[in-house]
Design a binder for this molecule. Structure first.
Ligand SMILES: [Zn+2]
Length: 728
């Protein structure tokens, strides 16, 4: 770029934007501000880098926001680097800032297009002058050393729980909102970068908990447990502080932390869902072995506690791997599939680009094309509620207090296995949070899945019991309810009465070469419906870990029984020593008005590891049998599809995302491969008729047959996705 061009940009940049914005802001009008949260459907994020000021092309970006019909933007303002003329001492200005105001210019340009604007701050790193003036603001490691930044050692890592955030960043936050009247502050990496042993953390933790900071990650350690709770409390205090200060200046604005997730996330999602009017799921792309449905999963996890409130899905246009090629551009189909799976599962897309200077422009038409389609079909994407009848429970307390350092393997892998099984079964489902098992949150579901939800309080077990008594069904696996909410093992399952089985005091953590015998009920000559599709097999492989159980009363014909481990070498010795036992490996029963399925082994986790089709059938059939009703949508045909079903104001939609691809389990995908025709049956909401049915991607009106409250149609082909929209 030539100096002339730079000068031109500088002179045409909107000057004095702060004053103009304050006058323009709708939120500063008298009376109750009109909440903006539900308005944006397409988010744009430009994360500036330090040398962008004077170099990035303002007009280009504003034009691109317009071309993509983006109706909201997140723009870099301050924290680590200020992109506006800050007056706060120690608030580091970009060395390229000069007398420009790129944040103000971008904000003013977006406002002219009536876009919502939130300002991005990032407090996690600070410069040397901050260290020199306030060494106590810097994070300290377990050995007592102040922490240099891991990626850029000239910088220092800040303590999130001390005065750097509570005092300094509060001033920064106030200044940004005062000057630009933004609609919110979105803070990245605001919650710290690991355990901090600074003087403030030591003192504050001691006065709150009466203990020294823990030096172990073992959640059974009392200090560690207290720390997990205290840290959250401190972060929620920070959230409240920033939110209060922001609203004093602009009542319509909010603090929006970059936070949240599934079982492995570290802030209580129930508490987050109570206070956040809007949130963004920050899972930018897949890496390593990540299936494309992981984006939709994130949407469901947020929705479990956010309910109807809007949730954005942040997707990156770059490669997301440990080597952090943050300046890269990802393959077009991969960007698209990742975003589409989030959209199908209720996320409002947010593209993020790092650096205002483009080194690779290939992503631009990909996002423009996707956002154009979203814009044209917006009315069918304003979802009111999911019509799924199945929900899978996730439990942060199980991950924190039972899983601890091994939560990924002990907790999340069970969830991932069941998730994959439901995707393959094309069953639309939601996620539910274990701290929201009250009727208001779960009564709309016909069945709940508990994939090794090990840590449950007595109250939670009571809620599950009430749910089943009143007609809900559950499917549970492995150590579900065997621990209390603090991860302390109980003498028996909290749900023993539902399972019809008690804990017999032993767990086999790793079975080698063990099998399951498929039993036939001698009275009927039939196998249980949960064994459907296994043909005439006499046995199938077992899982890896099992809980020993004691059956309550008589349980004469368990559908699956244990064939215990026997030698797997030398080959001459590989034959079952005990061909048949009466040890049940599947408990099925009716309880109250509901049904209960309990697998006392790690069927879901083993499925994630081994992906056996036999285990898949058990997982699918268990849900079908438990639900005991036809699913809201049935899609029949070859391939793997993520299926979601939604209700809007005057319509309903079924999203079918085509995941069929050799790169499904490990991206990036090279190209989309169309699936052959699919037969789709959709149940219409009670008492409604389909006025019109259209395919929003193919742009066609299909031939539809309507019978008994349902429609059926054939989708000739699906390339990346299809949305069946039904006007009601
Ligand atoms: Zn600290």
């Amino acid at each position: 770029m030539t100096p002339n061009r730079r000068d031109f940009l500088r002179s045409t940049a909107i000057a004095g934007s702060a004053m103009a914005l304050a006058a323009e802001s709708t939120a500063s009008a008298a009376g109750e501000p009109e909440p903006w949260f539900d308005r944006p459907m397409r988010w744009a994020q430009l994360t500036l880098v330090e040398d962008d000021p004077g170099k990035y092309d303002l007009t280009f970006w504003l034009d691109y926001f317009k071309a993509t019909h983006s109706d909201a933007a997140c723009l870099s303002a301050g924290g680590c680097v200020a992109y506006y003329p800050t007056k706060i001492p120690l608030h580091y200005r970009s060395q390229w800032l000069g007398d420009t105001d790129p944040f103000g210019d971008l904000t003013a340009g977006c406002r002219k297009m009536k876009m919502v604007v939130i300002a991005r701050t990032d407090p996690h790193a600070a410069h040397q002058d901050v260290y020199d003036a306030h060494p106590d603001w810097i994070a300290v490691d377990a050995e007592g050393n102040k922490r240099r930044h891991w990626a850029m050692p000239e910088l220092w890592v800040t303590c999130a729980l001390g005065p750097y955030n509570f005092e300094f960043m509060t001033k920064v936050t106030r200044e940004i909102v005062s000057l630009y009247k933004v609609d919110g502050i979105f803070s990245n990496r605001w919650a710290g970068s690991g355990m901090c042993y600074c003087e403030h953390c030591r003192r504050n933790f001691r006065s709150a908990a009466g203990l020294d900071l823990p030096r172990t990650n073992d959640p059974r350690n009392p200090a560690r447990r207290a720390y997990i709770e205290w840290r959250q409390q401190r972060l929620f205090e920070l959230w409240s502080l920033w939110d209060t200060e922001i609203r004093k200046i602009n009542p319509g604005a909010r603090f929006i932390p970059n936070t949240g997730g599934g079982a492995l996330s570290d802030l209580d999602m129930r508490a987050i869902g109570e206070r956040a009017p809007i949130l963004f799921a920050d899972r930018q792309a897949r890496r390593g072995l990540t299936p494309p449905w992981a984006n939709g999963k994130n949407g469901k996890e947020y929705r479990a506690t956010m309910g109807r409130k809007p949730i954005g899905g942040i997707f990156s246009v770059g490669v997301e791997e440990p080597y952090r090629w943050k300046d890269s551009v990802q393959n077009g189909p991969e960007i698209r599939l990742w975003a589409l799976d989030g959209i199908a599962n209720g996320l409002r897309p947010w593209f993020t680009k790092f650096s205002g200077t483009l080194h690779d422009r290939r992503w631009l038409p990909v996002v423009e094309d996707l956002y154009g389609w979203l814009f044209r079909n917006e009315r069918y994407l304003r979802n009111e509620e999911s019509l799924a009848r199945i929900a899978m429970v996730y439990s942060q307390q199980t991950a924190w207090y039972y899983g601890g350092e091994h939560a990924r393997a002990k907790v999340e892998d069970h969830t991932l296995g069941y998730y994959q099984a439901l995707i393959e079964a094309r069953i639309p489902f939601e996620m539910a949070h274990d701290r929201l098992l009250d009727a208001a949150h779960i009564a709309r579901f016909k069945a709940l899945i508990f994939p090794n939800i090990a840590a449950l309080s007595g109250r939670q077990c009571d809620q599950i019991r009430d749910y089943v008594k009143s007609g809900g069904s559950i499917v549970a696996s492995y150590e579900t309810s065997l621990y209390d909410e603090w991860g302390v093992r109980r003498p028996d399952f909290g749900l023993a009465d539902l399972f019809g089985a008690s804990f017999a005091g032993r767990i086999d953590p790793r079975m080698q070469n063990s099998y399951l015998r498929l039993e036939t009920d001698p009275a009927t000559g039939q196998r249980h419906p949960i064994l459907a599709g296994l043909g005439d097999a006499e046995r199938i492989i077992n899982g890896v870990s099992r809980v020993h159980t004691r059956t309550h009363g008589s349980y004469p014909n368990p559908p699956l029984t244990l064939i215990p481990s026997y030698p797997d070498l030398p080959m001459e010795e590989v034959y079952p020593r005990v061909p048949k036992t009466d040890i049940p490996e599947l408990f099925v029963r009716e309880y109250g008005a509901g049904r209960v399925v309990y697998f006392p082994w790690d069927v879901d986790r083993t499925f994630w590891e081994v992906l056996s089709p036999d285990h898949w059938k058990l997982l699918r059939n268990a849900v079908d049998w438990a639900a005991n009703e036809p699913p809201p949508v049935t899609v029949t045909g070859p391939g793997t599809l993520d299926v979601a079903v939604w209700r809007q104001k005057d319509s309903m939609t079924a999203h079918l995302v085509n995941l069929t691809n050799p790169m499904m389990m490990k991206g990036p995908i090279r190209e989309f491969l169309p699936v052959p025709p699919q037969e789709v049956r959709i149940n219409l909401p009670q008492g409604s008729k389909a006025r019109k049915v259209h395919l929003l991607v193919a742009g066609q009106t299909p031939h539809v047959r309507e019978t008994a409250g349902a429609i059926t149609l054939t989708i000739p082909s699906i390339l990346d996705h299809e949305v069946i929209a039904i006007d009601l």
